[in-house]
Design a protein around this ligand. Structure first.
Ligand SMILES: [Zn+2]
Length: 191
């Protein structure tokens, strides 16, 4: 895999893993699907394999991504959902033709109408976003506490008190920053 493309931040929730293909939104943003073939890679990892993607389809995907981010942020802060982003999410959901199928092992798989239809894959992501934004699923939408991130994530912890979108990145960075601040404070008081 070429090293010039940023890696993916994968989580257990499809819709918020998708919005995490753009990270550090409030800082120096990192675009993790900068080219159509990176969207193809991302979809394959998430059980939505397609064999090709055009730049128009990538634009459609990014428009959906930003709409989910805006709607999830509104839901997390108990603001009304912007009508325009609701429209985009619904359009993507309606226009896809994906079917859930059960494997002999009892797992769910998505079957797309054709592997050139990125729209089918996007409809699965849109439907997943609808299920978390509508409150259908057990969990709570929240915003990452990192001021340069502020990603929307779906908190399924028992206490619903998760602070970071991702423990390995935002959570860890905060812990390190606190550690360094404490060290400085201790060094200062020793003088
Ligand atoms: Zn974060």
């Amino acid at each position: 895999m070429p090293a010039e493309f940023p890696d993916f931040r994968l989580g257990s929730v499809l819709a918020t893993s998708f919005t995490a293909t753009l990270t550090e939104r409030q800082g120096e943003a990192v675009e993790r699907i900068p080219a159509p073939h990176r969207l193809v890679d991302w979809l394959a990892i998430n059980g939505l394999a397609v064999d090709s993607c055009t730049t128009d389809q990538l634009d459609l995907a990014r428009e959906l991504r930003e709409s989910i981010h805006a709607a999830a942020t509104a839901a997390a802060t108990q603001e009304p959902l912007p009508a325009s982003v609701v429209q985009v999410i619904n359009d993507r959901s309606i226009q896809g033709r994906a079917a859930a199928v059960l494997t002999p092992e009892g797992n769910r798989r998505w079957r797309l109408s054709s592997t050139s239809r990125v729209e089918d894959a996007l409809s699965v992501i849109a439907a997943d976003a609808i299920s978390i934004i509508s409150g259908e699923r057990d969990g709570k939408l929240a915003l990452c506490a990192s001021p340069t991130c502020r990603a929307a994530f779906f908190d399924t912890s028992q206490s619903r008190s998760r602070k970071w979108c991702d423990m390995n990145t935002c959570g860890n960075r905060q812990k390190k920053a606190r550690f360094i601040a404490n060290q400085r404070k201790n060094a200062g008081s020793a003088e």
